[in-house]
Design a protein around this ligand. Structure first.
Ligand SMILES: *Cc1c(COP(=O)(O)O)cnc(C)c1O
Length: 387
């Protein structure tokens, strides 16, 4: 069956109540009929549920859908996206190992790579998104893994997953991708050679700004290592959040279609606006990596960004003039969201530091919601007129 159908129909076994919608197993532990059954479960001779830190039917249902959507052998769900990212790296590396990480990654991932992993003797080299020479030069005998996001945040650079897959194969490295920005319905890194894919389910997967969640999927042998590490350290997803997210996956495909259509329409209209020096959207022909974006993403995603000619001051005025769009740091919601990194999330950096991570003074990031596209555009255009 098609992925859209499976995302709706994969379900944990019906209970004796014959419920139609998916049930929620809000329980911390599970009972056994005999001492022998319990012994066998603890000895891993059966896959009976024991305790919800290890596994839970509602969480397993969410993971099964994610594995199906990403084409992965196995997975593990975590309490947040950062727990997924952290464990996908930390559970597989040890002191003395070396990680190559793309420099344009999510802020907390950047902190993990540059501040926290080195404390445990895991060295990390940052490389620029589309600079193969830097990537080649970074490889050392103890390099074990590369880590990247595509599209990157907030500049929406596209890294060629096929190229990265071949690079990892050549150097025998674990290929780890954060696929949050594209969502599993637009891009499947495993098809291009990725071994591990992580998601912040907080974004498009929930898509309604309600719960935090994360998931790691990929090669069974690597996921087993991650599972054993997580089972003992405790970042597991709550069954309640898994229930919300499993229901969300039933509508992800239709939601992404509207998010992408809205984002493309907004990006196309803004290219003509005189207050803006450039607009970036992966499926706009003007995007520098347009050909790669078309190759690996079925649609361009729900995020676009643009540069205001008026710089920082214009960015501030733009945010203040918005009437419909929300001012909040999240993305991937039914509600459209605008952010201006230079005056908010990255305001403590110097101008030079900001430029080095792609935060130009007038950069605005829009997460296109599900509202009527004309209403979103009207609000952006009236705010641009005042900025
Ligand atoms: C938000 C985000 C994360 C972190 O996810 P949380 O659920 O907030 O922990 C990781 N990577 C990317 C690309 C994100 O956008």
């Amino acid at each position: 069956m098609h992925k859209q159908t499976q995302a709706i129909r994969i379900q944990s076994a019906q209970s004796s109540e014959k419920e139609h919608s998916t049930p929620l197993f809000l329980t911390s532990s599970f009972t056994f009929d005999s001492a022998e059954d319990m012994r066998a479960a603890f000895a891993d001779e059966t896959d009976d549920n024991i305790y919800s830190r290890y596994s839970n039917p509602t969480v397993d249902e969410f993971v099964a859908k994610m594995c199906m959507l990403e084409g992965a052998e196995a997975g593990f769900a975590t309490a947040s996206g950062m727990a997924a990212v952290f464990n996908s790296i930390f559970a597989l590396l040890k002191t003395g190992d070396h990680l190559i990480c793309c420099s344009s990654v999510f802020g907390s991932t950047y902190a993990l790579a540059t501040k926290f992993l080195p404390r445990y003797g895991i060295e990390c080299t940052l490389v620029k998104a589309n600079n193969p020479t830097e990537w080649e030069a970074a490889v050392r005998p103890n390099t074990k893994m590369i880590y990247l996001e595509t599209p990157t945040n907030p500049q929406l650079e596209i890294i060629d997953l096929e190229w990265a897959g071949a690079f990892c194969k050549k150097h025998n490295l674990i290929f780890n991708v954060d696929n949050c920005f594209a969502s599993p319905v637009l891009q499947n890194p495993i098809a291009f050679g990725a071994d591990i894919v992580s998601h912040s389910a907080t974004k498009w997967i929930d898509g309604q700004g309600r719960v935090l969640g994360g998931v790691v999927v990929g090669r069974a042998d690597l996921i087993k290592e991650i599972y054993l590490f997580c089972r003992n350290t405790g970042p597991s997803m709550s069954p309640f959040n898994a229930w919300v997210l499993s229901k969300s996956l039933e509508t992800l495909d239709v939601r992404m279609e509207r998010h992408c259509n809205n984002a493309l329409a907004i990006a196309t209209a803004l290219e003509k606006n005189e207050k803006i020096s450039w607009v970036k959207y992966p499926h706009l022909p003007s995007h520098p990596e347009y050909a790669t974006a078309i190759k690996q993403m079925s649609k361009g995603g729900g995020i676009l960004c643009f540069e205001l000619k008026g710089g920082i001051e214009s960015g501030r005025k733009f945010l203040d003039a918005l009437e419909l769009l929300s001012m909040t740091p999240n993305l991937g919601d039914t509600r459209s969201i605008a952010s201006h990194p230079a005056s908010t999330t990255h305001s403590k950096l110097t101008e030079e530091e900001r430029l080095s991570v792609g935060i130009t003074p007038g950069l605005i990031r829009i997460s296109a919601g599900l509202e009527n596209v004309q209403d979103i555009l009207n609000d952006i255009e009236q705010a641009l007129a005042k900025s």
